[in-house]
Ligand binder design. Structure first.
Ligand code: NAP
Length: 489
């Protein structure tokens, strides 16, 4: 019997096909949930609208809403280990990583609890006999559509600011990872968020995602996922004149100058591409190394990559678990074959792991893979692989580097490794990336806005302003005239 889902305040079976969650480390079944269909979307949206109009939510003071979000944060923290294990089983990430993701989700709710309580309306300079204000109202029922790679964190990144803003939210998790989103729904309910304000509708993106985006009463879509789906959503949103935020794909450059601290750069590059098995939008998948240190740096990188521990996600020492599914691994293997066909040389990896440490046969494992000898315009170098595959390319000087690094449709992130802070400052401005890390990589603060340039997306999440994308700004003018307006006399 499939587990129920959260539709407009009620836990009940969806009307769509069941969804199965598989543990990618060994192919065992984690559970089956009842998928939603378009009729469930209609019901959740209608109940979300009704819940938003109910004074219990509509008239709730911002500090009270903030208090509820703090409660969600506390409940996530209390269930930290359980959620981390659930997330691990849903997508195969190592337990150390999923613990960090759950902590991040708790921090996100705590942060937006504080934001809800402290955001202010504005009194604007008046130009006549009135007091003018800019105030913010919830935009309406919003849809949050999320991918499978870090569900607990990306769900929280949408749910928390939308609830802080006073919206109702319909969360659609990725088909392969429905479990954590449903638990977040339970936690929101337990924390006292009124029924109907949060719905969680697992189901195929082509049905549920599509029904949400095109629904006339969905006022905004916050989407994280691939660029092609994002582009489609942007087109559909244009028809409705609906705002969307799109957090999309990447092919981010990491750059190592000859003056970098080599041991820091080696560790940073490896972490940047191979943590999360490369299933990360910000993976540093194109590595540019200054020509003078290319051989030395490559040798150090390959040696350390070969020592990475791949295997059981539940083992505290594991650095790389399986890929999310066999189908996803098939896609990565096609890209590795393409890289070889394009003339690239595989320096390490390029195969499934073998050995006695773990039963790799049952899971969708793949070795960390490093390519050399490909030009920047090779397809393997340009297209997002979303897996543990790195391409190394040489560069000569800053202008050559900028030309190559920016020669991509994406603009999500960049890592710079250099001890010359003036150069880092210059390049951080010249490289097309929404986030630039200097002598570090994949560091995040919920207080710092995040998003992409070019085909990596539009809009920003996180930060205090993150609440504003779920609100409409409204102008109020309070007349202070002592006498009637003269024009009509
Ligand atoms: P995806 O295929 O684009 O799916 C993302 C979400 O969209 C899933 O929930 C999916 O549902 C849904 N969806 C699919 N078709 C849809 C449609 N026609 N209308 C509305 N929704 C639809 O991406 P993914 O494979 O899950 O995730 C990997 C991608 O996400 C990569 O490109 C990665 O770079 C990107 N990503 C970006 C960020 C960022 O912050 N920039 C962060 C993480 C990941 P189904 O699963 O049911 O198909």
């Amino acid at each position: 019997m499939a587990d129920p889902i959260l539709i407009g305040g009620e836990w009940k079976p969806g009307r769509g096909p069941d969804m199965v969650s598989i543990y990618p480390a060994d192919g065992s079944e984690n559970g089956v949930v009842a998928g939603a269909d378009a009729a469930d979307v209609d019901e959740a949206v209608a109940k979300g609208r009704a819940a938003m109009a109910d004074p219990a939510w509509r008239d709730m003071k911002p500090h009270e809403r903030g208090g509820l979000l703090m409660g969600v944060s506390r409940l996530i923290s209390e269930r930290h280990e359980e959620l981390a294990r659930l997330q691990m089983r849903d997508n195969g990430k190592p337990i150390g990583e999923t613990r960090a993701l759950v902590a991040s989700a708790a921090g996100t709710f705590r942060y937006y609890g504080a934001v809800a309580e402290t955001m202010e309306d504005e009194i604007t300079p008046s130009r006549g006999p009135y007091v003018s204000m800019s105030i913010y109202d919830p935009i309406g029922v919003v849809a949050a559509i999320t991918p499978w790679n870090s569900p607990v964190a990306s769900d929280a990144q949408k749910l928390a600011p939308a609830l802080a803003a006073g919206c109702a939210v319909i969360l659609k998790p990725a088909g392969v990872t429905p479990l954590v989103a449903l638990e977040l729904g339970r936690i929101c309910e337990a924390a006292g968020i009124p029924p109907g304000i949060v719905s969680v509708l697992p189901g195929p993106g082509s049905v549920i995602g599509d029904a949400l985006v095109t629904h006339p009463d969905i006022a905004r879509v916050a989407f994280t996922g691939g660029t092609e789906v994002g582009r489609r959503i942007a087109r559909q949103a244009a028809d409705k004149l609906m705002p969307v935020s799109l957090e999309l794909g990447g092919k981010s450059p990491t750059v190592v100058f000859a003056d970098a601290k080599i041991d820091h750069a080696v560790n940073g590059v490896i972490f940047g591409i191979f943590s999360s098995s490369g299933e990360s939008c910000i993976a540093g998948s194109r590595l540019f190394v200054q020509r003078g240190i290319l051989d030395e740096f490559t040798a150090a990188l390959v040696a350390k990559t070969e020592a990475l521990r791949i295997g059981d996600p539940a083992d505290e020492r594991t650095q790389m678990g399986p890929l999310v599914s066999m189908a996803h691994r098939d896609g990565i293997e096609r890209y590795v074959a393409l890289g070889r066909a394009e003339g690239g040389e595989v320096l390490t990896g390029g195969a499934r792991p073998e050995g006695s440490g773990f039963d790799y046969e049952k899971g969708s494992f793949y070795r960390p893979t490093i390519f050399a000898g490909l030009p920047n315009d090779a397809r393997m170098v340009q297209e997002e692989i979303f897996g543990p595959v790195l391409a190394i390319l040489p560069f000569d000087d800053e202008d050559d580097l900028v030309a190559q690094a920016n020669d991509t449709v994406f603009g999500l992130a960049c890592g710079l490794w250099t001890e010359d802070y003036r150069r880092a400052w210059r390049l951080a401005r010249r490289i097309d990336a929404g986030t630039v890390w200097i002598n570090t990589y994949k560091m995040f603060s919920i207080a710092t806005p995040f998003g992409g340039l070019k085909e990596s997306g539009t809009g920003r999440e996180k930060g205090r302003q993150g609440i504003r994308q779920y609100q409409e700004q409204k102008a109020l003018y309070w007349g202070t005239n002592e006498t009637p307006i003269g024009w009509a006399d």
